[in-house]
Design a protein around this ligand. Structure first.
Ligand code: NDP
Length: 458
């Protein structure tokens, strides 16, 4: 008789947990997965997918406007927000069903309820005590809202995806992925948006040229970006909310969205009691193979706060299952992970920013172009694409590719393959472009930018 109920018990049925359980079951393991919410996790239920559907929905406004220059006569189109939300919900329900079916088809038992570790081999889910040889924690993260007076009046991205009506005036606090994406969604949908950031530019960590270009284009679209500000309190009054900043402003709003980072979902799960070490903000400490400080307990995805992106969690979950149940021990490679921000226009990036490359490699060559895309030569829309390559002059290797502009995420995904293969600038140059596209600019960038000091003096 088996010593434990299962070979693997996964806590959390998001992207990482579902992938790990399916792959482990494919290797012959007896697997159960517990989940206290809907199967699919942040990405499918309250993140990437519903967010991107709202991005599509909000930006038809631009298409209707642009179509005029191409001879179309759209008659005063308006957005019915509740229809967008309802259709988005229908799609999320469908995906939730697909995820449940994927688990069932793989032979993984789904146990509804919140998992809590009793000891290194036992998890309590509701009334049940489940034992397993190996436990995987894949509980993801949750929005973090700083504890300022009136914060209970603010919403996070969770609620922003389900608003029954479109607020007329929205204050967005934060300058990261989520804040930028929702500022663009609400503006596209027709709301007035004020974004409050504590730094000078949006999207800390992205290439500076892209950050500056994004702010310029968002302002052109009507987003007011208030920099170097902190919100000190939020007050409710009869007509809405007042957002009070440390500059003494009182900004009126119908909704206040806080997108000030996310924290690992690890509190109250009995992890530390079982010997699992937690780090800053409750992040589960793991080695390169996602193993925690307890030998039979592993953790993947946002619960470990490494690189908090869905495809990374999926890779970590897959490699965990292959290592522990498939006899193939591999660590996740987190170099050249491409990422995108679904702003309008979108941003995508892979490899090092100019600043990171200068810190690591010293002098670097920079190639950059900024242009109005062909589509907007007729519409005259003040929308520009910016593309940039960062090259190591010693090896000629391309260290980073950055873009803001239509289709940037679709374009950069292909370039990520090139960077993974160690492509050089000479190889980019030897590639013949597809004409007329924006993407061809990446293989036709010939003129190096002057060094920063010379650029500053221009
Ligand atoms: P981010 O870490 O990207 O950004 C947090 C923002 O909030 C930053 O601008 C930060 O400022 C600011 N901030 C943090 N604390 C405070 C505070 N106390 N007061 C005021 N401002 C504050 O977090 P997000 O919530 O936007 O996203 C979380 C993660 O989710 C991302 O890191 C990403 O990994 C993932 N994600 C990925 C997406 C994608 O791939 N398209 C989309 C959405 C999320 P500062 O910069 O000064 O620190």
């Amino acid at each position: 008789m088996a010593e434990y109920d299962y070979d693997l018990l996964v806590v959390g049925a998001g992207s990482g947990g579902v992938r790990a359980s399916r792959i482990a079951a494919g290797h012959g393991a007896r697997v159960a997965i517990c989940e206290d919410s809907r199967v699919g996790g942040t990405c499918v239920i309250r993140g990437c997918i519903p967010k991107k559907l709202l991005v599509y929905g909000a930006h038809f406004r631009h298409d209707f406007e642009d179509s005029l220059a191409y001879g179309w006569q759209p008659r005063h189109p308006t957005l019915d927000w509740p229809t967008l939300i309802a259709n988005k919900d229908t799609e999320i329900d469908r995906l939730n069903g697909i995820y449940i079916k994927l688990l069932r088809d793989a032979g993984v038992e789904l146990v509804p309820g919140r998992g809590r570790l009793i000891d290194a081999h036992t998890v309590q889910v509701g009334e049940r005590l489940l034992s397993a040889g190996t436990i995987l924690i894949a509980t993801g993260g949750a929005p973090y809202l700083p504890p300022i007076p009136g914060i209970e009046h603010a919403i996070s991205s969770n609620e922003a995806l389900d608003l029954a009506t479109l607020p007329r005036r929205v204050v967005v606090v934060g300058g990261g992925y989520i804040a930028v994406e929702f500022a663009n969604i609400f503006t596209g949908a027709g709301a007035q948006v004020i974004q409050i950031i504590r730094g000078e530019e949006l999207l800390n960590g992205f290439d500076d040229d892209v950050r500056v270009e994004l702010a310029r284009q968002m302002r052109t679209q009507g987003v007011e970006i208030h920099t170097r500000r902190q919100v000190v309190r939020i007050e409710r009054h009869r007509a809405g909310l007042n957002v009070v900043t440390d500059h003494g402003e009182a900004i009126e709003a119908d909704a206040v969205l806080y997108a000030t980072g996310r924290r690992p979902n690890t509190a109250g799960m009995g992890l530390e009691e079982a010997g699992v070490e937690l780090g800053r903000n409750g992040a589960i400490q793991v080695d390169d193979f996602s193993q925690t400080t307890v030998a039979n307990i592993y953790a993947v995805g946002d619960a470990t706060d490494r690189l908090n992106l869905t495809p990374v969690a999926i890779r970590e979950g897959h490699l965990f299952a292959d290592s522990v149940f498939g006899g193939r021990r591999l660590a996740a490679d987190r170099t050249n992970v491409a990422t995108a921000v679904f702003s309008h226009p979108p941003i995508a990036t892979v490899g090092l920013t100019e600043a990171q490359a200068r810190r690591r490699h010293g002098p670097v060559d920079i190639y950059r172009t900024r242009f109005r895309p062909l589509k907007h030569t007729l519409t005259k829309r003040e929308e520009f694409s910016l593309m940039k390559l960062v090259v190591d002059p010693a090896s000629d290797r391309v260290l980073g590719c950055h873009m803001i502009g239509a289709d940037a995420p679709e374009i950069i995904q292909g370039l990520a393959v090139a960077l993974q293969c160690g492509a050089t600038k000479a190889q980019f140059d030897a590639t013949i472009g597809i004409h007329p596209t924006a993407a061809e600019e990446f293989v036709t960038l010939r003129t190096k930018l002057a060094e920063p000091a010379a650029r500053a003096a221009e």
